[in-house]
Each structure stands twice: as C-alpha cells, then as structure tokens.
Design a protein around this ligand. Structure first.
Ligand code: UGB
Length: 599
C-alpha cells in the first residue's frame, strides 16, 4: 500500500485480489509513489487483461495452478486408476474402393463443415522467426501453408457445391486462432495476398490471450525478466480454441445455419488435406461425435498416442496420451518396456496428428452444458494433465523450475469432458499420405533416431513430393524411384518434384480421371500442374514442366519433354547468406531450364 500510487477503484480491487492470492512479491520492489507511476498503471492494465481473459479470473487461475503444482510435486499420476490398451479404429488404405467411396462421402459433407486452424503457437522447436503458416509448403512453387490451406478449403467448397442440385452459395467458414505472437503477421499475410482468393467475410480471426507464468510451487506469478512492472506471460495451449469458438458465438451461428462439422487442424502439415475428405467421410458414415486422425507411430516419436483407458471402476475412454506421458503410464501399468515398437516396427498406439473432426450439435451442447454448470470446467478438465507437461524441475526435490511454468490446455483433450455414451472414434491413415509437419529445427532433426520421422522443413517438403509421386503411381503413371540424399544431416528420399493445385487433385478419383497410365516422369524432373482441367496423357517428362491453364480451360499435356531442368543445390543451415526459410530445409533449386505452357 505504501508503494502504490493513487489507484482507481478497479485497480484497488485487483491489488487486493493479488494480495489475497499470495502475490505480494509483485509489489515488493516498487519505489515510493511518484516514481514510475505510469509503469505501475500499465502493470494494472496487464493484470486487468489477465483477469478478464481467464474463465473465473486470475484468482481461479492461481488456485488451479496451486492445486496442479501440488499434484505434480507429489508425483500424482494423472491417469491414476486407468490402464492403457490399444484401441480399435478405422484403418484406411489409400486408393481402395472403401477409401474412394469415403472420399466422395466426405466431399458431399464438406459444404456443411467449418474449418479451424490453430496457429497461435510460437514454434519454439522450429525456432523460425516468422509465423509458421507463412513458410513455403514446398519451394517448387513457393506457396505458403496458409495459401495451400485456403485453396484446399475453396476446392472442397466448389466440389461439394457441385453435388447439390440447383444453386449452392455455401461459403465454408475458416477460423484462424492466433495469439499475440502470431496475430499481426497472420492478418498481414492474409491482407497482402487478398485472402488467397477466399472472401474476407469467410475468414474469422480469434486471438487467444496468454496466461501468467508461475515462478514456484506456491503459484507465485513470475515477473518478466526484462521489465519488473510486467508479469511474464506465455501461450495457454491450443485447447483455448474450444472456449474461444464458444464465446465468440460462431458455434451458435454455425449450428443455427445448419452446419454439421468442425474440423480442427495445425499450422504446418502440408499433407493434411489428402486426408480430410476420407476422414470426414468416416465421421459422416459412422456417425462419430469425435473423430481424431492418426498415423502409425514410432515409439518415442513426439506425437501423442491414441489410447484406450479403462478405469478400475469400469469407465473407458479413447483419448490422446501425450508423448511424454505414454512411456511412464505404460511402465506404471505392467509394461516394463514402456513406449516401445511392436513386431510391426511401430508403436501399437496410433499417433495423434491433432486433426479433429467434431460434430457440431453434440459439441455445442457439451460446451453449453459445461458452461452452464461451471464456465471453467472445460478448462479444468483439460488442464489437469498439462501442468505435468509444462513443468520441468531443476532436481528431484521438485522445488525449483528450470524456467517459469504455466497452465496449458490441449484441444485433443476435449473428449475427456464427454460422457461414456459419446461416439468417439479415430481414423488411421498412412503417414506418407497424411502427416508431415514442420516442427523441428535442423540440429534437433538431425539427432532424431534413425527410422523415426524428422518433422523438419526438409522432410516436410520432401514428403509432399513423395506423396504426390505415390498418388500418381497409384493412378497408373510411371514415376521414377527416388534417390537418397542428405540435407542438414537428414537422410531423405528425393522423388520427382511434382505439385498440383488442390482444384486439380482434391480426391483420388479426380487424379485418376486426369492421369493416363501411358505417362512417365523421371527422378530429376519437376512438374507443376496449375489448372483444374489439365489432363496428362502420353507425357514423358525428363526435366522441368510448368503447366498453367486458366479457370476452366481444358488442356492435355502430352509428348516427350526434355530439358536441363532444375537441379538441387545443398545449402548449409548455418549459411546466413541464404534466407531462413531456405536454410532450414537445407537445399534450393537451381532453375537451369524449364518449359512453361500457358493456356
Ligand atoms: N498452438 C496454438 O494455437 N496455441 C498455443 O498456445 C500453442 C500451440 P505444437 P505440440 O501433431 O505432432 C501437438 O507446439 O503441442 C498451435 C499435440 O499435442 O506444434 O507439441 C500451434 O500453432 C501432440 O499430441 O505441437 O503437440 C500448432 O498449430 C501431437 O499430436 C499446434 O497448436 C503433435 O501436436 C500444435 O502446436 C503433432
């Protein structure tokens, strides 16, 4: 009180709140009134924001934190009473009849969907300075992730609308959750590129707020190391998306206009839209309230494992167990090898790729119910696990943290709030088709155990070429085998650099209809298909070919095309003369010669 300047009534209230929650240390270093008064007022502005952005306010945040930190210190197992077993789900095989009919069912449903991209994360593991959605998905065309996502949603919208008799004006809503770390750059990227062809009214930005960091087990708030009048803050995890969708009114609006599905996805998976149509088809045909996408998982891979948990009282749930918790859980429940591969060479627990499809009706009802009972219940249920995830101690006494911690919540924990009657399922697809995130920096990627995926910019781009080559092969074309090369210390397969716009090859049936088996592409080739109605018949490509056809223009690519093409040049990740987005992938193209056809 001695050090406080004259405060407004709401500031007095906040000061009292902090003091009653054991936070007097925040004021201890404050000089007498008259000194730094502006900074002190700014401090209260920040406290006010932190107080209003967390359900139940700061007091609730601090109390939750204290409880979770005590549990963590006591080594309480978040899965106490549960034993894990391998769940059963839908396992799809790319290109077979079941897959093709699920894709068609998914496209039909797409006009009733809304897409939600969680893109508030800092990308600490990648260490890239910009926002991750602005990174090129591949550098043959240089199109960024966000452009690819938007073009994919628009292609789905167009294809889905075509299936409706009469007029269809559906505009699939697209939500991007940002944070203070990503918001301005995301908005700028959209605005400076005319929303990549999407109508601006289709795009909704929801910004998540950060939460206060915690300095010790008493949940004393941490001060910013660079500013003693500021509380240090960090993102609260992707789980914020549920509360934001609910409180923004978007869910209500979607439900009242007949939308049926919400699809959540992450910032840098360039293969994701290969999996969306069939997975949505699974949700629709199986009537799943929740459908998580999964891929075969290598033991110890940094993706969560989808696990069936059975409680001693008989309750069961199918849920993601985060990658750092699966091993201890297995060891504690009679599996001495912990998180290990089985005879297939993979972990028996499918890997969660954090692509969720929720049925809007039950989702909305659940959030409404939980909101009415207690606005913080959803968060609480989801946060229980996360204090374990975020807190690292300096030693076994568990008194000091390696760095300040905070509560976090994860979007895939949503099913934990559901009653046992909910229809929760998952769909497994091949990783080559569905999952190639860009999460790890070159140094860390190079240390990944041999055989496990790198999840780097290098592997993320090479995975696109591999997937597209394999899809064309399945469609009958002769695509040359890859060569093995090493970039930034990572050994990868280098397939022909084949890319296409989503309108060209949204589902396998489209690709099959446009590619004839008498076509071939050599390993050193690059092929860019940039037009909806381009067909490939009798093409023999050995070099670089870019085909552009406007709008609905029909164009058949044929004949033998040979040129010097684009060679691949190695780039060292430490070579600062190259742009960061090139350095992190470890290669660039030397565009020696190409043929560009415009129609
Ligand atoms: N994100 C936010 O929008 N806000 C935040 O506060 C934090 C993140 P990471 P993570 O698919 O490989 C997840 O950091 O959390 C966004 C799953 O939990 O890339 O380590 C962020 O922008 C895990 O089970 O991943 O691990 C990004 O788009 C596993 O499935 C997304 O959230 C793993 O992803 C994910 O953030 C995976």
């Amino acid at each position: 009180r001695r050090n406080l300047p004259l405060l407004a009534p709401h500031e007095v209230k906040l000061a009292k709140l902090l003091l009653s929650e054991g936070q007097s240390h925040l004021f201890e270093h404050w000089p007498e009134p008259g000194v730094d008064d502006d900074k002190k007022r700014n401090f209260f502005d920040q406290v006010c924001r932190l107080n209003s952005s967390y359900p139940g306010g700061l007091a609730s945040y601090i109390q939750n934190a204290r409880k979770l930190l005590a549990d963590s210190k006591a080594g309480k197992n978040p899965y106490d009473g549960f034993s894990p077993s391998v769940p059963s789900g839908e396992v799809l095989t790319f290109g077979d009849d079941n897959f093709v009919s699920l894709e068609e069912a998914g496209v039909k449903e797409a006009r009733h969907a809304a897409f939600v991209l969680v893109a508030g994360g800092l990308g600490e593991r990648l260490g890239y300075k910009g926002i991750k959605v602005a990174l090129p998905r591949e550098t043959t065309t240089g199109k960024c992730f966000l452009q690819h996502y938007i073009e994919s949603i628009l292609a789905l919208q167009e294809a889905s609308c075509k299936l409706v008799e009469g007029e269809c004006n559906t505009k699939i809503p697209f939500v991007i959750m940002t944070s203070d770390d990503t918001n301005a750059l995301t908005v700028k990227l959209l605005e400076s590129n005319s929303y990549f062809g999407m109508e601006p009214s289709q795009v909704h930005i929801l910004k998540q707020e950060k939460v206060a960091c915690l300095a010790d087990n008493d949940a004393r708030l941490a001060l910013d190391p660079n500013d003693k009048y500021k509380i240090q803050t960090k993102p609260h995890g992707h789980g914020d998306v549920h509360a934001l969708l609910y409180s923004s009114g978007l869910l209500e609006q979607w439900k009242s206009t007949g939308r049926k599905w919400v699809l959540f996805f992450q910032d840098t998976n360039g293969l994701l839209f290969n999996a969306i149509p069939s997975a949505l088809g699974v949700s629709a045909t199986k009537g799943y309230n929740v459908n998580s996408l999964a891929v075969p998982r290598k033991a110890k891979e940094a993706i969560g494992g989808i696990t069936k948990l059975t409680h001693v009282d008989g309750r069961t749930m199918v849920i993601n167990v985060e990658y750092n918790q699966l091993d201890p859980l297995l060891r504690a429940t009679g599996h001495p090898d912990g998180d290990a591969n089985c005879e297939t060479g993979y972990s028996p627990y499918p890997g969660n790729i954090n692509q969720l499809i929720l049925e809007i009706g039950p989702y909305m009802e659940e959030l409404q119910k939980t909101h009415v009972v207690s606005p913080i219940l959803v968060l609480l249920i989801m946060e229980v696990v996360l204090s374990y995830y975020a807190t690292r101690y300096t030693d076994s006494t568990k008194t000091a943290f390696k760095s300040s911690t905070r509560l976090e919540c994860m979007m895939q924990d949503y099913p934990k709030t559901l009653p046992p009657s909910a229809k929760v399922g998952f769909t497994v697809m091949d990783a080559w088709l569905a999952y190639a995130p860009v999460k790890n920096n070159p140094e860390d990627a190079a240390k990944v155990p041999k055989g496990n995926p790198y999840h780097s910019a290098t592997s993320g781009e090479m995975a696109i070429y591999r997937a597209n080559s394999l899809i064309l092969r399945k469609a009958g074309a002769q695509i040359a085998d890859p060569v093995i090369d090493t970039f930034n210390g990572q050994e990868v397969e280098v397939w022909p650099r084949i890319t296409w716009i989503p309108r060209w090859g949204l589902i396998f049936k489209d690709v099959k209809a446009k590619v004839h088996s008498n076509s071939s592409v050599s390993q050193r080739s690059a092929l860019v298909i940039n037009g909806k109605n381009i067909t490939i018949q009798g093409l023999s490509l050995d070099g670089t070919l870019i085909v552009n056809a406007k709008d609905e223009a029909k164009f058949n690519v044929t004949g033998h095309i040979e040129n010097k093409g684009w060679t691949i040049q190695h780039v060292d990740h430490k070579d600062t003369s190259e742009k960061e987005e090139i350095r992190i992938r470890g290669f660039k193209f030397n565009k020696v010669e190409q043929l560009e056809l415009n129609y």
